[in-house]
Ligand binder design. Structure first.
Ligand code: AMP
Length: 375
């Protein structure tokens, strides 16, 4: 086993958004220092870091500088180029415990699907699409509706087209013009749920409680924890997440997005090799947050079993909610309002989130409605 990264050491984070910022909070509590690489001045992580290297994620020299300043490296999003990281690692003797294999799998939808299939995890049927003929053939096999997704770089519903009929083909072909795609069978799910799983190098594997996720315009709006699903469903989600973590030899935290159908079948939709928006509730609601688990895992410490202290609802603050949501600090003093410190409020941009601990989920959902911020 590689050596433990002790408090006082520096954790280098590639990517300076809100996930890096919340990782940094957890790391700071434990006595670590933080270096961050991100092109944006005053980005959310830079505001709480010890060093900020202001450069692009694929800037080899900047990555090398980050590695030289750090005792361990981590990333807060999956679209860092695995090959660039490998080239840097050849030059500096530093660990990136999550590894680059995890990136190679999760930054390419086809690799991810092949991995999941091999791991015995149920996924929607799919076809690789490179040409118009592939698309025609794929639609013949999978039928309408179907979803065409770029294999790289898509998030929050970007880089995908839902095909409901022949009339959507043109839009789909535009997307195909951007590169190889994957066509997925439509899953008419009853609920979208997700589960966070963490693993360390010695093989401790723990999960967080299953979250029920409500999306609006493809962006996560609300997470309800525990998910309003049967115990069997929760157990199955946990089993799937642990299998994925073990087959991947995961080190760090990973989010598993799932579709649950009315008949109780669970399909894996997507993997996120990092903390995930639907796990933010764990900061207040659990004995260990997703960020705590990630920091413990990459620094080589044992992982404790996690307990839910109280049910919770987490709701995202997008640009259009921002001013009103900050007022909740006055009107709802027991709600935990997180502000990511982003400069520039834009519609659709994740500016923060609110976590509400509650003994009555339905009442809390009603109280959220009553604020009229998210309606
Ligand atoms: P993704 O970027 O793959 O997470 O997809 C974004 C959203 O689109 C998901 O959260 C679902 O609501 C929807 N979606 C994606 N793939 C499918 C599918 N195969 N069937 C039904 N809905 C889907």
């Amino acid at each position: 086993m590689s050596k433990q990264i002790k408090p006082g050491s520096t954790i280098g984070i590639i990517g300076g958004g809100q996930l890096g910022r919340m990782m940094a909070f957890s790391a700071k509590e434990r006595g670590y220092r933080i270096a961050v690489l991100d092109p944006t001045p005053d980005c959310p992580t830079a505001q709480v870091a010890d060093w900020h290297i202001e450069a692009a994620y694929d800037d080899l020299e900047a990555l090398k500088e980050l590695a030289e300043r750090s005792d361990v490296l981590t990333y807060e999003f999956e679209n860092v180029d695995a090959q660039t990281i490998e080239r840097v690692l050849e030059k500096v003797a530093i660990a990136i415990p999550q590894g680059t294999e995890l990136l190679l799998i999760t930054q390419n939808r086809l690799n991810e699907k092949e991995f999941l299939k091999k791991a015995g995890i149920s996924i929607a049927s799919y076809a690789k699409i490179e040409t118009e003929a592939d698309l025609t053939e794929g639609l013949k096999t999978l039928g309408y509706p179907a979803v065409l997704k770029t294999i790289r770089g898509g998030y929050d519903g970007k880089g995908q087209v839902v095909l409901r009929s022949q009339s959507d083909i043109e839009e789909a072909l535009d997307l195909l013009g951007k590169g190889t795609c994957v066509l997925e069978e439509w899953v008419s799910f009853d609920k979208e749920i997700s589960i966070m799983v963490a693993r360390n190098e010695t093989g401790d594997v723990v999960t967080l409680p299953v979250s029920e996720n409500i999306h609006q315009d493809n962006i996560l709006l609300e997470s309800i924890v525990p998910a309003r699903v049967s115990e069997d469903t929760s157990k199955e989600a946990e089993r799937m997440a642990k299998t994925i973590a073990e087959k991947m030899q995961l080190v760090g935290i990973l989010g598993v997005e799932l579709f649950l159908t009315e008949s109780g079948k669970i399909y894996a939709n997507e993997l996120a090799p990092r903390p995930h928006n639907s796990g933010h509730y764990s900061i207040e609601a659990c004995t260990e947050s997703q960020f705590d688990l990630h920091i413990r895992a990459i620094c080589g410490y044992p992982l404790p079993e996690v307990e839910l202290l109280k049910p919770a609802v987490m709701i995202n603050i997008l640009g259009e909610h921002f001013d009103q949501a900050l007022e909740l600090n006055n009107t709802q003093p027991s709600w935990h309002v997180h502000d990511y410190g982003k400069i520039g409020v834009k519609v659709g941009r994740k500016m923060g989130h609110v976590t509400i601990l509650t003994d009555n989920i339905e009442e809390t959902l009603h109280a959220i409605d009553e604020t009229k911020i998210w309606n």
